[in-house]
Design a protein around this ligand. Structure first.
Ligand code: AMP
Ligand code: ZN
Ligand code: ZN
Length: 413
């Protein structure tokens, strides 16, 4: 009887999804809220913000990515976009859309401990990933939705969470198995919606270059192939956009680079007592007892090939201090050393300090009616927020952000 009821509930859920979705290949996974653009916003431009996870700053030239090189030649680019520390996926995607360092927005790593909640954030734990209370700051889609502008996301860190009670009007729960081409086609069909339903800010994410980079390394034939493949996906998007008569500004960026590094550091002899520990890079120890902090710190100092900091010793250049989610002790490495839970780490990785490991630097390309032709040598990823905010002519937010308006001034006409 119970299983029959479950079956009915399941059929009902499927029927609901079909009712609220649009006819396309991937519609059953799309979540749509019934909203429309404020009519005063109809003439505003459109922004598509694409992230190619783990796309190192030199990949486009090194592997001759023709679409991205065309964006460099005819649009605006940053030679090396500097990510925020730690150079991990979740903190940096969220810095790109909030203009805040991880130590300000609170997503201080892919995995960390929150001493107030007494709970661990973990990318694989859907309950925390979809819980808006873990996400500080105001991401671009929330700012836009607050001001009567519809937004959409085909994946972006934070877009599946109820941040300040808001989601992108159109969004998906993360499912890495959805084909990259299908994601592009959905973005293009969002732009075919009637003016009142058409999203003005669209987020789009691809993991391919990160996935392949970890396994085969940033100098491999496999990453060359992956770069070419994802460049083709960008080509499909640009071709689709060229057939539409809409003022679309396209941004292609990423969260961090990639470097060969796979020599594990052995922390096996260190006794962490009753501390909470965040084990992936950066390695952090959460401990309220000061004597224990000193003891563990001294033990960690004996371990070869790591640098250990007490929380208040972390160099200012790393912009990684202050937040309660950062542990009392931080341990980090430089390539080829890694701190990993896996006995045999993958060939290449990221997470290092971008100030000392330039391979962590990444890309920023933009083109469109509001974008100048030109380039700058460097910019910080927290500067991207103000650029998009200005493109969409948004107000706020009321809280402080870390990014500057240098990139916006350099790139916008
Ligand atoms: P990492 O290399 O550990 O920093 O993380 C990269 C991985 O994060 C990618 O391979 C994706 O599978 C995963 N990922 C990216 N965005 C999301 C998301 N919104 N939800 C869950 N996993 C994600
Ligand atoms: Zn990443
Ligand atoms: Zn990665």
């Amino acid at each position: 009887m119970r299983s029959f009821t479950s079956l009915l509930v399941f059929i009902w859920l499927l029927a609901c999804q079909a009712t609220f979705s649009q006819p396309n290949q991937v519609s059953s996974r799309q979540i749509i809220q019934q909203k429309t653009n404020d009519p005063v916003n109809h003439d505003k431009p459109y922004v598509i913000m694409v992230s190619l996870d783990g796309f190192r700053y030199d990949y486009a030239e090194k592997y001759n990515a023709s679409n991205l090189l065309d964006m460099v030649a005819n649009g605006f680019s940053v030679e090396q976009l500097i990510p925020s520390y730690p150079t991990k996926t979740f903190p940096n995607h969220y810095s790109l859309v909030t203009g805040m360092y991880p130590s300000s927005h609170g997503l201080v790593s892919n995995e960390y401990y929150n001493p107030d909640k007494r709970e661990h954030y973990k990318v694989s734990n859907r309950d925390v990933v979809e819980d808006g209370t873990w996400y500080g700051g105001t991401p671009l889609w929330v700012l836009a939705e607050q001001q009567g502008l519809l937004t959409a996301s085909f994946f972006w860190v934070g877009s599946e969470a109820d941040i300040q009670g808001l989601y992108p009007t159109y969004h998906y729960k993360y499912d890495g198995s959805i084909a990259n081409e299908a994601r592009v086609d959905q973005v293009l069909s969002w732009l075919d919606l009637p003016e009142s339903e058409r999203p003005h800010l669209i987020m789009l994410y691809f993991s391919l270059t990160d996935d392949i980079g970890h396994i085969f390394g940033p100098e491999s034939p496999e990453i060359e192939q992956a770069v070419k493949e994802i460049d083709g996906v960008i080509g499909r998007l640009r071709d689709g956009l060229s057939n539409k008569d809409l003022p679309v500004n396209l941004i292609v960026t990423s969260d961090h680079g990639m470097v060969n590094a796979k020599v594990p550091v052995n922390l096996g002899r260190v006794d962490f007592g009753n501390s909470e520990v965040s084990k992936s890079m950066p390695f952090m120890v959460y401990q309220e007892d000061t004597d224990e902090v000193v003891r563990i710190y001294n033990e960690l100092k004996q371990v070869p090939n790591i640098t250990v900091y007490l929380k208040d010793e972390i160099p200012q250049s790393m912009n990684y201090s202050g937040h309660a989610n950062i542990g009392q002790i931080l341990a980090l490495t430089e390539p080829p050393y890694v701190i990993s839970e896996r006995p045999r780490p993958s060939r290449a990785t990221h997470g290092f300090n971008p100030i000392t490991v330039t391979e962590m630097n990444t890309i920023f390309y933009a083109e469109g009616p509001a974008i100048k032709k030109g380039s700058v040598e460097k910019a910080h990823n927290t500067d991207v927020f103000l650029l998009v905010k200005e493109l969409l002519d948004l107000d706020g937010p009321t809280h402080v952000i870390d990014g500057s308006d240098k990139l916006a001034k350099a790139a916008i006409k």
